[in-house]
Design a protein around this ligand. Structure first.
Ligand code: GRG
Length: 308
């Protein structure tokens, strides 16, 4: 049963990713970018990855009635933002990781200065790609605002700052230990915001009214929480997808994780709860394309399966 779900999700993600990657490759090819920068941007962007966020955007856009090709530039833009965040997250000043997506991290390959600029380039190009989405101008504008809020200071960037503040607080034995509420808020900004916004922006692009947009946001928020808890569990127990990331690496860096705070068993229960809440959001959708609901249901279950 879980093998069936995993196989279906992997197939669907691969099929959608082909479109995203073709769009990214063609966009990068027709830009007048200095060779060193292009190589560094493309190195990380085209290095694989699950393409979870762009696929969520496409799924919600199609589910709400927008043709895939119309949402594709926006979905590709989301992957650019995600890739920029990974490049910057790996820098020595941040998480200081040598490997990413099974290869040397960007700064290991190209040096710190180029890696910083590749991240900057990807973030900025993303906003150009977003403007190429084909929907009502007001909807595109609103979807861009959703993305900017999620990626910026009150979303992913803010969450990264909280993560830096919290790192080592337990091990260093100075200040109060990080609480579960603080951990939840930090992850909802750092990892959750982009996943949530990928779903919401897809619905917004499709000109979806209040209910579908709200359910997209709700599904994305719960999925993002499950995704992060599962990531913490996999960091502890290992995973075939960790792609060279050593088991326990977050713990070794002094990070507070769900597992370090509440243990493995409770973490699994929390991941299960978050998944159920994501599924509950899907159950309340009416009058939408059922195949996409099936995909989103499978996807939520797939995220959880990896942790059990
Ligand atoms: C530097 C501004 C700035 C932000 C960094 C999102 C983030 C904030 C850092 C990522 C670090 C990290 C490992 C977060 C945990 C969530 C996670 C597992 C992200 C990786 O996402 P996947 O698994 O990666 O979707 P792929 O490679 O499949 O795209």
């Amino acid at each position: 049963m879980s093998d069936d779900i995993a196989a279906r999700v992997k197939d669907a993600l691969r099929d959608l990713s082909i479109h995203v990657e073709a769009f990214l490759a063609s966009c990068m090819a027709d830009r007048d970018i200095p060779d060193a920068l292009r190589e560094s941007m493309a190195y990380s962007l085209m290095a694989g990855g699950k393409r979870l966020r762009p696929c969520l955007c496409l799924a919600w856009a199609e589910l709400c009635g927008l043709e895939r090709a119309r949402a594709l530039p926006f979905a590709a833009a989301i992957e650019c933002i995600h890739t920029y965040s990974l490049i910057h997250d790996d820098l020595p000043a941040m998480d200081d990781d040598d490997m990413r997506r099974g290869k040397p991290s960007n700064h290991k390959q190209f040096g710190e200065a180029t890696a910083i600029l590749a991240g900057d380039g990807l973030l900025t190009e993303a906003f150009l790609f977003m403007t190429r989405a084909q929907s009502e101008p007001a909807q595109v504008l609103e979807a861009v605002a959703v993305m900017a809020r999620a990626a910026g200071a009150e979303g992913m960037v803010g969450g990264q700052v909280l993560d830096m503040e919290y790192t080592g607080r337990v091990l260093a034995e100075e200040g109060d230990p990080v609480t579960l509420d603080q951990l939840r808020t930090m992850h909802s900004m750092k990892t959750g915001a982009l996943i949530r916004a990928s779903c919401e922006a897809g619905a917004v692009l499709a000109c979806s009214g209040g209910v579908q947009r709200r359910l997209a946001k709700e599904y994305g928020a719960h999925l993002g929480r499950a995704f992060q808890i599962v990531d913490d569990i996999l960091d502890e127990v290992g995973d075939e997808k960790s792609l060279g990331k050593p088991v326990g690496s977050d713990r070794d860096k002094g990070k507070t994780t769900y597992v370090s705070l509440v243990g493995l068993e409770r973490s699994r229960e929390l991941a299960e709860e978050a998944t159920q809440q994501a599924l509950h959001a899907l159950e309340r959708l009416t009058g939408v394309e059922p195949d996409w609901v099936d995909f989103l249901r499978d996807l939520a279950q797939y995220v959880l399966i990896r942790a059990v």
